[in-house]
Structure formats: structure tokens, C-alpha cells
Design a protein around this ligand. Structure first.
Ligand SMILES: NC(=O)c1ccc[n+]([C@@H]2O[C@H](COP(=O)([O-])OP(=O)(O)OC[C@H]3O[C@@H](n4cnc5c(N)ncnc54)[C@H](OP(=O)(O)O)[C@@H]3O)[C@@H](O)[C@H]2O)c1
Length: 222
């Protein structure tokens, strides 16, 4: 059993939390408006879930999921995340986040930008390329023939190993997509972003195996 902290508990954060609870993990949720606003979500998730401030969720998590708009990166609690494994689900969208020069000119990936704010954390990009409804419907047992794969990117081998164990526990397999500098291959609008798991119009999604994810990552251009 792992305690998962969540900074951000919106569409994708609460979906990961739901899968984590179903797999037997504890979850500590947070958002920008305070724990009281998460009461309904916590009640729905049951006794393995609680709500806290972002600082408390960061401190509580064995692994912490940062799942916020990129424009919120400057407001993340860096001190309690020092030394922790952090999952970065975030995608940059200038229409939502406003223009960010280093992302617009491709001098940084959004994960490398996050490293600037959380320099003492061990960041692993994951879950950013799958629609939350597909994430909810595509978990499969390890022995299933149609298990889906998720790419992960990061610098820390121990952090990647911890994230792999977590992702495996919630019904997915993992494909190592390299360091944060290579995570542009799984960023918004690349071939591996959304498409392999089916159209948004089909909420059930379609399983995407290792070959499909590897091929999509290799087809990315910048
Ligand atoms: N939706 C998807 O299917 C999907 C899939 C993969 C990746 N992503 C990416 O994952 C990230 C989250 O997406 P989402 O769709 O879950 O967004 P969302 O539904 O809008 O939720 C965003 C969450 O971030 C919280 N937040 C914002 N600023 C914060 C701060 N300073 N401190 C703590 N929490 C803060 C919000 O809290 P409040 O509500 O209290 O403001 C909310 O809980 C985005 O970068 C997105 O591009 C989304």
C-alpha cells in the first residue's frame, strides 16, 4: 500500500485517485481552493481518501501527483516535495496557461520547466497522454492480453521504478520514454497523445499495447 498525494484533484487527478483507491492505496487530495471543497470527492472515494492543503498532501505522499495547469507551477510547494518521487501529468496549452517563452520555442519541455520549480524532487512524466475517461475504463489485469501501455519520462531510475510499480498496480504497463528532455515526444498533439487510446467520442477507449505506444513515440516530430 502506497500513500499517494495529489496536488490538483480535477479530471485527471481524481481519476488517478479513484484507480489508486480501487487498487488499495491511500490518497490525500488537494486543490487550490482548500480541502473543504473536496468533501464530496472524498466521500465518494471512501475511507482510503482524505483531503488536505497542497503542502500537507505533498508531505503525506510516498509518491505525489502534480496534476495542475502549467501556469500553476510557480505556486507548487517545493519544500515538502524535496527528495520525493513526483508524477507530472501536466500538458502545456497557451490558451489556458498563457504564453510561456521556453515552451513556445521548444527550449524546454513542460517537465523540464517543472524541474526548475521542484529542483529537489524526482519527476516522472506520466498519464499526460491519456484522456481521463479512457484512463478510467482501460485498466486490465497484468495477465490480460489487451493491457494498455503508458509512456513515462524522467531522469531518476528509482523514481521511474516506483512509478512503474504504482502504474502496474492500477492496471497499466509502462514504456520507458527516456529523460525529461525527450518528453516532447509525448506532449500535446504528438502521435502518442490521446490517439492510441481511441477517439474522445468513445468514452470506453481502446487498448493500446506496447508496439502501438513505441511506434507513436518514434513518429513524433518537432
Ligand atoms: N483532462 C484530461 O483528460 C487530462 C489528461 C492528461 C493530462 N491532463 C493534464 O493534467 C493537468 C490537470 O488536468 P485536469 O484536466 O485534471 O484539470 P482540471 O480538471 O482543470 O483540474 C485542475 C486541478 O488543479 C488544481 N489547481 C490549480 N491550481 C492549483 C494550485 N496552485 N495548487 C493546487 N492545485 C491547483 C485545481 O484546483 P481548483 O479546482 O481548486 O482550482 C484542480 O483541482 C493539466 O496540465 C492537463 O493538461 C489532463
Amino acid at each position: 500500500m502506497t500513500t499517494m498525494g495529489f496536488i490538483g484533484s480535477g479530471a485527471i487527478g481524481s481519476t488517478i485517485a479513484r484507480l489508486a483507491v480501487e487498487a488499495g492505496h491511500q490518497v490525500v487530495l488537494s486543490n487550490s481552493r482548500g480541502p473543504g471543497t473536496l468533501a464530496d470527492t472524498v466521500a465518494e472515494l471512501g475511507p482510503r481518501a482524505s483531503a488536505a492543503t497542497s503542502e500537507e498532501a505533498a508531505a503525506a505522499g510516498d509518491i505525489v501527483v502534480v496534476t495542475v495547469p502549467v501556469k500553476a507551477f510557480p505556486h507548487l510547494p517545493a519544500a515538502p516535495l524535496a527528495g520525493k518521487t513526483v508524477i507530472d501529468t501536466c500538458n502545456y496549452g497557451p490558451e489556458r496557461d498563457g504564453p510561456i517563452l521556453e515552451l513556445d520555442n521548444n527550449s524546454l519541455t513542460s517537465s523540464e520547466l517543472l524541474v526548475r520549480y521542484l529542483s529537489d524532487a524526482m519527476i516522472v512524466k506520466a498519464f499526460n497522454n491519456i484522456f481521463f475517461k479512457h484512463l478510467l475504463s482501460l485498466p486490465r489485469q497484468a495477465e490480460a492480453g489487451d493491457r494498455s501501455f503508458l509512456p513515462i519520462a524522467g531522469d531518476s531510475a528509482p523514481a521511474k521504478a516506483a512509478v512503474t510499480v504504482f502504474i502496474e498496480s492500477i492496471g497499466y504497463s509502462v514504456l520507458d520514454a527516456g529523460p525529461p528532455a525527450d518528453s516532447w515526444r509525448q506532449a500535446t498533439d504528438t502521435p502518442v497523445w490521446g490517439t492510441p487510446y481511441g477517439p474522445y467520442s468513445n468514452e470506453k477507449g481502446q487498448p493500446a499495447g506496447e508496439d502501438a505506444i513505441r511506434t507513436a513515440l518514434a513518429a513524433a516530430t518537432r
